[in-house]
Design a protein around this ligand. Structure first.
Ligand SMILES: Nc1ncnc2c1ncn2[C@@H]1O[C@H](COP(=O)(O)OP(=O)(O)O)[C@@H](O)[C@H]1O
Ligand SMILES: [Mg+2]
Length: 271
């Protein structure tokens, strides 16, 4: 699948060690424009750490990052966002007490190459955000002065995605965007993800939800204990294979041990 297009971004043997704990071990990953890469894995598998490496919050302990064919090292999240890497965190926007218009433009005013707007113009900002939200099917939001905290979870996710798209993100990284949403809202967010993909944006979607991943994913990587346990294209694995892999041999081994000791205890009581 990667034969046609060059990866926009690649991780090559990236490890991230915290103290003596390896949160990521030799992970290699390619991110392609116009594709959705789903990052799957259990809690603690290293997904957020991987995202933080991609978005400039963490620098890898070892290994390399390539962007557009060049070796890069990000000094800060700003470095990554200047290259068009946009990360939407789990609750979509971290400014609940800020107006929608203001949060849409926050931090981007002085950035070169990310929009022509140097000074904050409330009326203009509100107009843009409402228009962008409407275009993405959020028709209930008609006032850019509304506080971000008053939006539903899905509306927040959509506004964060709209913001990334509006400012020309090349890579859109979404951390569990559907986790806290109802079925309809989740479907809406998945639709918006497909729209971003069709615009040629590379999407990295972190999710626990195998159905959501299978619905929109072109490529999949499964992390287990910081290691890439599997990496495959759409259609190469069944849903059952993916679910089993995510649950992991470990979970089953633990369960067996637990049952064995339980059986032992019962025997003791009976004897
Ligand atoms: N800043 C940090 N310092 C120390 N340990 C960390 C740090 N960030 C993450 N970890 C550890 O790395 C492991 C992977 O965490 P994380 O990447 O958040 O997993 P996931 O997002 O898949 O649930 C966890 O055991 C976590 O405690
Ligand atoms: Mg996480």
């Amino acid at each position: 699948m990667s034969a046609k297009s060059h990866p926009l971004m690649s991780l090559k043997n990236v490890s991230k060690i915290f103290g003596s704990y390896a949160a990521l071990k030799n992970v290699s990953l390619d991110i392609h424009p116009g594709q959705v890469l789903c990052l799957l894995g259990d809690n603690g598998a290293g997904k957020s750490t991987l995202i933080k490496v991609l978005s400039g919050f963490h620098s890898p302990t070892s290994g390399e990052i390539e962007f557009d064919g060049d070796k890069v090292s990000f000094e800060s999240p700003r470095d990554a966002s200047d290259r068009g890497i946009s990360t939407v965190h789990q609750f979509g926007g971290t400014f609940p007490l800020m107006s929608l218009g203001r949060s849409f433009f926050v931090g981007l005013e002085p950035t070169k190459g990310w929009g022509p707007f140097k000074r904050f113009d409330r009326k203009f900002a509100n107009g843009v955000v409402v228009e962008q939200m409407q275009q993405m099917g959020i028709t209930r939001v008609t006032d850019g002065d509304r506080l971000v905290g008053s939006l539903s979870g899905g509306e927040r996710q959509v506004s964060a995605i709209a913001r990334a798209v509006f400012f020309g993100a090349k890579i859109l990284i979404l951390d569990e965007p559907t986790a806290a949403l109802g079925v309809k809202e989740a479907a809406h967010v998945l639709r918006i993800i497909m729209q971003a993909k069709h615009r040629g944006i590379a999407v990295v979607l972190v999710t626990h939800n195998v159905s959501h991943a299978l619905t929109v994913g072109d490529h999949f990587a499964v992390l287990i204990h910081g290691e890439k346990a599997d990496d495959f294209a759409k259609g190469e694995r069944t849903r059952e294979q993916i679910t089993d892999l995510m649950a992991g041999g470990e979970a089953m081994a633990e369960l067996e041990a637990e049952l064995a000791s339980l059986t032992g205890n019962i025997k003791q009581v009976l004897d």
